[in-house]
Design a protein around this ligand. Structure first.
Ligand code: GLA
Ligand code: ZN
Length: 670
């Protein structure tokens, strides 16, 4: 593994740069690097969709344009992040070898179209990708201007061709030790006479075949296989690059979670995590949006528990949200520094210059169709470049969170396809965000981790709706609490194992009954217009959607239901288990109950919190505080000591005033 930052130990500031679209506009190609320098950009991502230019005919490589681009950039002191072009294939490749095109869920082979439309199993696609990647590595691997490899682009999607189906069967054979009995048991295939008697009978879930939610064991294995196949393809690309060029780090750009692939399985192969963030700023609930973006940044930081890169963001609007709002004055700075606050060592954009044509011509970019290095968006970008230069000492620093939220993609897939409870939407992500908000609004840093990661070292571990729990995770939770940790779990915890088989002997599965000191016997689902309450001490809290009926064994009852036939039954419980504590919230509350619980737990554990106005937060990176205001009005934020503003040098004693959408980066004054 190469440490990112050894080749360029400063914040990266730049964009995706697509000069291929401008080859017949030499004046534009000349102007770009000068304007980039004016915008205080120091880095461009190049070559992401360049395959047709780099290999116009099979086996004929033309690197002159790319040579010129890298040279022109470096003449202005701008570094290159060089992409492998496998995110979109040239026409000749699809025409000559139709197997490289995907077969969709309906079983139809796609025509040449779009991007990200290629089979990850196809030996031809693999061979052609390796060939061009190798050529790129040979040509640019030693170029000091190339500081990072950008492997492909936003790996995603799935293919149902015969090659992929056969690879799926081979993957299953390995997973189930070549034993169909094991597979049949894991998939509970006796249900509706689905017993598999030959590996060849297995097909992925398809539109004309098994729906996702009928044989969920099959569905979950298919999701894991698709992740596996994607990672395997990425690994092949990385190995090709590293073989020639072992000293330059690699990344791949990921997308907003949740996706249909699990990024946790990517993390061990890349040197640095990067992701593309496009929050829907200025939606009706701006704070929800800020919390969601913060949660995502934390998720990507925690893939490697290291600083990450913001590989794409828009300097103004997107073109693919339902409504594409411009960033209001202040939002560009706020959103960019939010990423930095949560651990990003870059602020990169999509894209440098708006194309004249194609579907992304109205997507925000640093340079608009007017071609000018001026105007509101350009100025926002330029100012961000200046800010990042002033914040240099923050680059590379780490976050130390005492609280973790377990948010797991495989759990999300299992829960969202479970037939039962409320079928329309189980609201797993929304629930995680609601729990996270209690920490966000108190300025408490949180790690967002997956099932399988160590829990030791955290003072508090929150596990909302952790429905699907492999045996090993149950052991991990038990150990953590036994050794003095505190966990908070909710309704639907530990109902099933990793192939969606219910735990027998009562929920939550196995040892968790002892850890939480209860059994969850039944779960009631509420219509949207229905509510219940929980009485906790003198207070009453609103409950929606889910009320689980639990029987305590050793747990102490803190709160009880206020209505219905389960009135008076436990709804909030605490269990002392060995040297730790385990809390169980049996219902979905609208936020106030969990918030009170978390305020109490933070205080008892002496975890530092800030008293913040609504809509404000503080995020820490090493000793630096990022004070952020997501309100459209000014606020004053109380501070526990005296701080110096890293950009302006101003001193703040006891409080800082922030304008609407304001943000300041502070350092404690000795
Ligand atoms: C993604 C892609 C880019 C571009 C942007 C637009 O992140 O990686 O190529 O399409 O979206 O928002
Ligand atoms: Zn395929």
């Amino acid at each position: 593994m190469k440490e990112f930052g050894t080749l360029y130990p400063h914040f990266l500031h730049g964009a995706d740069y697509n000069p291929d679209q401008w080859l017949s506009y030499p004046e534009v190609l000349e102007q770009d690097p000068r304007m980039m320098a004016q915008a205080h950009c120091n880095c461009m991502s190049v070559g992401i969709f360049s395959w047709a230019v780099l290999e116009p005919e099979e086996g004929v490589y033309r690197f002159e344009e790319l040579d010129r681009t890298i040279k022109r950039l470096s003449a202005r002191g701008i570094k290159t992040i060089l992409a492998t072009p496998s995110g979109a294939r040239p026409r000749w490749l699809a025409e000559r070898y139709p197997e490289v095109l995907r077969v969709n869920k309906a079983g139809l082979r796609q025509h040449y179209s779009d991007r990200h439309n290629h089979c990850f199993t196809s030996p031809i696609y693999r061979e052609k990708t390796v060939a061009i990647d190798r050529q790129l590595a040979l040509r640019y691997g030693k170029d000091p201007n190339v500081i990072l490899w950008h492997i492909s682009n936003e790996y995603s999607g799935e293919c149902h061709c015969q090659l992929c189906q056969e690879a799926f069967r081979q993957w299953l054979k390995k997973k189930y030790d070549n034993d169909l009995d094991k597979l049949n048991h894991a998939w509970w295939s006796a249900f509706w006479s689905h017993t598999v008697t030959d590996w060849a009978q297995i097909h992925p879930p398809m539109q004309t075949g098994e729906p996702d939610h009928i044989m969920t064991g099959l569905y979950l294995d298919w999701r894991s296989f698709v992740t596996h196949q994607t990672v395997d393809f990425m690994k092949m690309e990385i190995d090709t690059i590293r073989e020639v060029c072992p000293n330059v780090p690699v990344t791949t750009n990921m997308m907003w979670t949740p996706q249909q692939i699990d990024y946790h399985d990517f993390k061990d192969y890349i040197d640095v995590v990067s992701w593309d963030a496009y929050p829907s700023w200025h939606e009706k609930d701006q704070i929800r949006c800020a919390v969601d973006a913060a949660f995502n940044h934390n998720y990507f930081r925690c893939l490697k528990h290291k600083p990450f890169l913001l590989m794409e963001s828009t300097p103004s609007n997107t073109n693919w949200h339902a409504v594409n709002k411009l960033k209001r004055p202040g939002m560009h700075r706020l959103a960019s520094l939010q990423a930095v606050a949560h651990g990003s060592d870059s602020v990169q954009y999509f894209q440098w210059r708006k194309g004249r044509g194609g579907s992304e011509k109205f997507h925000g970019a640093v340079i608009d169709h007017n071609g000018k290095a001026s105007g509101r968006v350009f100025e926002d970008v330029r100012q961000m470049g200046i800010s990042l230069e002033k914040l240099d000492q923050v680059c590379g620093t780490s976050t130390h969170a005492k609280v973790a939220i377990v948010y797991d993609l495989k759990n999300h897939w299992a829960l969202s396809n479970a037939s039962g409870f409320i079928n329309e939407d189980k609201q797993y992500v929304k629930t995680c965000l609601q729990h996270y908000k209690s920490f966000w609004k108190r300025g408490v840093d949180v790690d967002v981790i997956s099932v399988g990661e160590p829990l030791e070292g955290y003072d508090l571990v929150i596990m909302p709706m952790l429905y699907s729990l492999p045996q090993e995770q149950i052991e991990r939770i038990e150990q953590y609490v036994a050794q003095g940790g505190t966990v908070v779990a909710t309704y639907t915890t530990g109902y099933v194992n990793e192939t969606d088989l219910c735990y027998l002997g009562g929920f939550p599965g196995q040892k968790l009954k002892d850890v939480f000191g209860l059994t969850a016997d039944e779960i009631d689902s509420l219509y949207p217009e229905e509510q219940n309450t929980v009485l906790w001490g003198e207070e009453s809290y609103t409950v929606v959607d889910y009320c689980e009926l639990v029987t305590p064994t050793t747990a102490q009852v803190l709160g009880t239901y206020g209505a219905d036939f389960y009135k008076g039954m436990p709804a909030l419980l605490k269990n002392n288990y060995k040297t730790g504590e385990a809390y169980y919230i049996a219902c979905r509350d609208t936020g106030a109950l969990t918030d009170r619980l978390y305020a109490q737990l933070l205080q008892e554990r002496k975890i530092k919190t800030y008293a913040l106005p609504e809509g404000a937060t503080i995020t820490s990176r090493a000793q630096y505080l990022f004070v952020q205001n997501y309100n459209d009005h000014p606020i004053t934020v109380p501070l526990p000591a005296t701080y110096r503003d890293l950009e302006t040098g101003a001193l703040y004693k006891g409080a800082i005033a922030l304008e609407a959408l304001g943000v300041a980066v502070l350092c404690p004054e000795a």
